[in-house]
Design a protein around this ligand. Structure first.
Ligand code: G6Q
Length: 575
């Protein structure tokens, strides 16, 4: 983590540049022709996961060179620095310890004289107790009825993780509970999430690390008002004992900020804490996972954590050539920086993993969407790719066309499972084989394509041959696991967390701050006042700065949005 030369100045980078000139253009057909066993040898296993990276445009030599690059960037030193609790999030002066959230009881990771693993398990125990009370109908609402609906209110890292994991683990969730996630400040979200619920049976879990996020606090206020009004609770915020009791029975909060929570009117007795060394996008395995734990139960949640831990241990100990997350990171970097690939597609062949690409989008793009290094110097190469994707097979009927025959190189991760989520009925197994037949067929077609000769040999009209030719040589990773269980989901998430870390270390960037997100949090405040003000924007302005002055950005002309805002106000008023 110390000051260092840009990685591009290293001999290892130069070697990769030369190597790319030699092998970058070699077709996967040739690579498989030269080494038909690469489908067996170019694999690594970690926990329940198998990564087959044979359908990538690389050779065994490439892997060695990439591992040497990781060593040059001192990836081992950076991993140990994280595990020692060093303040590797340098711009916020914080340690980065999501790895402590999944350490088994009895382990130790001491920061500032405190074993944080003990604190983690104290919170987990409180969460488990509460989750069981809700699940067994023992936690009753204000009117004495058991809770049957759980609505998580949070955004970004306080939403995407639990929402994605709840979907992914639907097969493990208690079907008697309705669990929903509200994030958008668009009032449609909270309206649609609550309109068919009975408030007497509804619990809100307000999740916000800072407890200052506009969207979450607005939604939490609206939820609270809906609750007390619909239940007919007398008194306004904090005024009557009944009001306080109703809010306490129907609101739990997850946060690091007890003070703000109290200001908001939630008693800290109803709070589950976590710590500033957990980044939002790394927090699904903290108390931010409370709604998930209620849905799937404490023991499944602990399996989920154990899955993360298996990969943490693997990442810390396996040599890079056999290290699944490090390989994912290094192969990704090979495409980003040596082939100029701009995106990576995440293609889970699992209906319930529909939100996994969006989750990884935040994890990766917020972590590595940086253009200066740890010393504040411009990074000389491209950093984090654009992450996108949809589950198979739906994506095949939409955007796969461009991956197969478009002009861009789009590396893709295919993620599949040997058994379906619901495997009791034979028909499910039948569906699953069809799903997985597509999974395997696509990676083959992408790798090998179809030559013009092959197309012509099928009797295709000559004028159609170019249209029906598939160039192939489109790289993919295949990740195969036995079944989408809580543990396997934890393993997958941890793999991508450490993939992102690996890349951040090589690029020498801080993967753990998010100043771009912070900016978004202050941008709208002043304009919100202008939208609601009695006067039109600009009316009271006497040549002074306009609504852009508080943004901390290079200031555009103060009138930049005045015309749009005037039109918005007119349209809103129905004019
Ligand atoms: C995550 C980001 C961001 C954050 C949200 C919600 O790493 O920092 O997505 O999680 O902005 O923040 P709060 O949890 O503080 O409401």
């Amino acid at each position: 983590m110390s000051e260092r030369e840009p990685i591009t100045a290293s001999p290892e980078w130069q070697r990769l540049t030369d190597h790319h000139a030699a092998v970058g253009g070699v077709h996967l057909r040739t690579l498989f022709g030269d080494d038909p066993k690469r489908g067996e040898t170019m694999t690594v296993e970690a926990g329940d996961l198998l990564l087959d990276y044979s359908k990538n445009r690389l050779t065994a030599e490439t892997v060695g060179l990439l591992a040497a690059l990781a060593a040059r960037a001192d990836l081992p030193g950076s991993i140990e620095a994280m595990w020692r609790g060093e303040r590797i999030n340098t711009t916020e002066h914080r340690p980065v310890l999501h790895i402590a959230l999944r350490m088994p009881r009895g382990s130790s990771l001491v920061v500032d004289g405190e074993n944080v693993v003990e604190a983690v398990h104290q919170v987990l125990d409180r969460m488990s107790l509460f989750a069981e009370q809700v699940r067994f109908g023992q936690w009753v609402g204000f009117t004495g009825r058991p809770i049957r609906n759980v609505v998580n209110i949070g955004i970004g890292g306080s939403d995407l993780g639990p929402a994605m994991a709840y979907d992914a683990l639907r097969a493990f969730a208690d079907p008697a509970l309705t669990v929903r996630f509200v994030s958008n400040v668009d009032g449609t979200d909270i309206h649609q999430a609550t309109r068919d619920l009975d408030p007497a049976e509804t619990l809100f879990v307000v999740s916000s690390k800072t407890f200052t996020t506009l969207e979450t606090l607005t939604n939490a206020r609206t939820a609270r008002a809906w609750l007390v009004e619909t239940l007919g609770v007398p008194g306004g915020p904090g005024e009557s004992p009944q009001w306080r009791a109703a809010v306490a029975r129907h609101n739990e909060a997850v946060s690091t900020n007890a003070e703000k929570l109290e200001e908001f009117g939630i008693d800290t007795a109803n709070m589950f804490g976590f710590w500033d060394w957990v980044g939002g996008r790394y927090s699904v395995d903290s108390a931010i996972g409370l709604s998930l734990m209620i849905a799937i139960g404490p023991s499944n949640f602990r399996e989920f954590l154990a899955g993360f831990h298996v990969i943490d241990e693997h990442f810390r100990s396996a040599p890079f050539e056999a290290n699944l997350p490090a390989l994912l990171g290094l192969i990704g970097l090979w495409y980003d920086d040596f082939f100029g690939a701009e995106t990576v597609a995440i293609l889970p062949y699992s209906h319930n993993m529909g939100r996994f690409p969006a989750y990884l989008q935040q994890l990766d793009m917020e972590s590595n969407g940086k253009s200066v290094d740890r010393q504040g110097r411009p990074v000389p190469v491209d950093t984090g790719p654009i992450v996108w994707g949809q589950p198979g097979t739906n994506g095949q009927h939409a955007f796969y066309q461009l991956i197969h025959q478009g002009t861009r190189l789009i590396p893709a991760d295919f993620i599949g499972f040997a058994r379906p989520d619901y495997d009791q009925a034979p028909v499910q197994l039948e569906h699953h084989d069809l799903l997985m037949a597509n999974f395997f067929a696509q990676t083959e077609a992408l790798a090998f394509g179809k030559t013009a000769e092959e197309v012509a040999a099928e009797g295709t009209a000559p004028e159609l041959v170019p249209h029906r030719t598939f160039p192939g040589n489109r790289p993919t990773n295949t990740i195969l696991a036995p079944r989408l269980t809580p543990s396997v989901l934890g393993q997958l998430i941890a793999c991508y967390e450490h993939k992102v870390f690996t890349q951040g270390v090589v690029w020498n960037i801080n993967s753990f701050d998010q100043w771009g997100v912070e900016l978004g949090k202050v941008l709208a405040t002043r304009i919100a006042a202008e939208l609601a003000a009695p006067d039109e924007p600009g009316a009271a302005r006497s040549g002074g700065p306009g609504h852009d002055s508080s943004r901390g950005l290079h200031q555009p002309p103060p009138t930049a949005n005045d015309a749009l805002i005037r039109r918005y106000r007119r349209l809103r008023a129905g004019g």
